[in-house]
Design a protein around this ligand. Structure first.
Ligand SMILES: C[S@@+](CC[C@H](N)C(=O)[O-])C[C@H]1O[C@@H](n2cnc3c(N)ncnc32)[C@H](O)[C@@H]1O
Length: 356
């Protein structure tokens, strides 16, 4: 599926990326300088107190400009991607709906699946229609996310998969694995490359994203079995997989859903199997300003569950679901030899647990 945009639309998206880079690489260091003075002058205050920080950093014109740019560029980005694909909508939709050969990737959709309100009603990352209403959700998501991330992950979007692999125990080689909330599917490719003989499964709640994942897998010669399911209530039988993992799924669901998803992951794992959750680090593991800036997404970037996830005691949640040997691993962009962000590096947290 060719997602190349016309020069007209790509130039506009390049401008959007440039403005995002301006906010991230130029304005953020200046906000950090102001914050350093503030933290020195008021050491008795808890800089982890969001309300206190909002009162001090919030009115700063540079902070306002940075957040304003972030919001406006996010809205412009989705609009421009959608407009860029619109002239080819009919052809792209037809391509998404055409079946592939029988011995390749598979796709199982469930038209009767009940979609929870937290998913149906949220426009995640401000993507219009959320992650399911538009038949072109997948192509729009892939192009948008590349610009959202300032191409940090490259065109292949491999960084998260590579980070996840670094979080797994050394020498671990699953025969059958499952990605929960696999979305457009391409971040799984490094896992497929690392375990070429394994049977690969990906599930997601969004039919639109799965159609795209399937089409993309056919185009890239990837054999993955995609199935539409709510990760809170998987239809796989017990004890099926050696590895179940997710990449940035749990910050997109309420804690009540996480408390259903983890026991489901446990159930479908074989004894000795591994569960891994990859996401950005918990607030407490970030410096206070970064945590404060990141938290902005909760109320302003279509991420209503972001704060709760980043404050959740994942070790306790994993243990409650039955996992043992729960560990946190940090994987940085430096370790992956990738470009960092304005803090000089970009790190992921991989929470790993074993089913006894
Ligand atoms: C931020 S996206 C990440 C997608 C993919 N892992 C990636 O990194 O590109 C979160 C994904 O979780 C899916 N999702 C959200 N709630 C879900 C649920 N209850 N069950 C299954 N998938 C869900 C969304 O449709 C979306 O594809």
């Amino acid at each position: 599926m060719d997602l190349t945009l016309s020069r007209y639309h790509q130039a506009r998206l390049d401008l959007v990326s440039g403005l995002k880079a301006l906010a991230g690489y130029r304005l953020s260091p200046q906000i950090r300088e102001k914050y350093a003075t503030l933290a020195q002058e008021a050491p008795e205050h808890d800089v982890r107190d969001r309300a206190w920080m909002a009162g001090r950093i919030g009115p700063d014109p540079l902070y306002q400009a940075s957040r304003g740019l972030q919001r406006i560029t996010q809205e412009l980005m989705w609009r421009e991607v959608a407009r860029g694909l619109e002239p080819r909508r009919a052809a792209l939709e037809a391509e998404l709906e055409s079946p592939g050969p029988a011995d390749a990737a598979t796709l199982t959709l469930d038209d009767a699946l009940e979609i929870p309100a937290y998913f149906a009603e949220t426009e995640f990352h401000l993507q219009p229609g959320g992650l399911w209403r538009d038949k072109l959700t997948g192509p729009i998501y892939e192009i948008g996310v590349q610009h959202f991330n300032l191409h940090r992950f490259g065109k292949s979007g491999a960084e998260m998969g590579l980070a996840l692999l670094q979080g797994l125990p050394e020498g671990f080689a699953p025969k059958r694995f499952l990605e929960l909330g696999c979305g457009p599917g391409y971040k799984m490719y490094p896992i497929l490359d690392a375990f070429p003989d394994a049977e690969a499964h990906g599930s997601d709640i969004s039919a639109a994203l799965l159609r795209y994942a399937y089409r993309r897998a056919l185009d890239h010669g990837r054999k993955v079995h995609y199935a539409q399911m709510n990760a809170e209530k998987l239809t796989y039988a017990d004890n099926q997989f050696d590895l179940v993992y997710d990449m940035i799924l749990l910050h997109e669901v309420p804690v009540s859903a996480t408390r259903n998803i983890l026991p489901e992951a446990f159930r479908v794992l074989r004894s000795g199997g591994i569960y891994a959750d990859l996401d950005l680090p918990a607030y407490r593991d970030l410096d206070p300003l970064t945590a404060f800036m990141m938290d902005w997404d909760t109320d302003n970037n279509g991420e209503p569950f972001w704060r709760d996830y980043h404050e959740l005691d994942m070790k306790q949640e994993m243990q409650k679901a039955g996992f043992v040997d729960v560990e946190f691993r940090s994987v940085t962009s430096e370790a992956l030899k990738k470009q960092g962000n304005y803090q000089g590096k970009w790190s992921y947290r991989v929470v790993v647990g074993r089913k006894p």
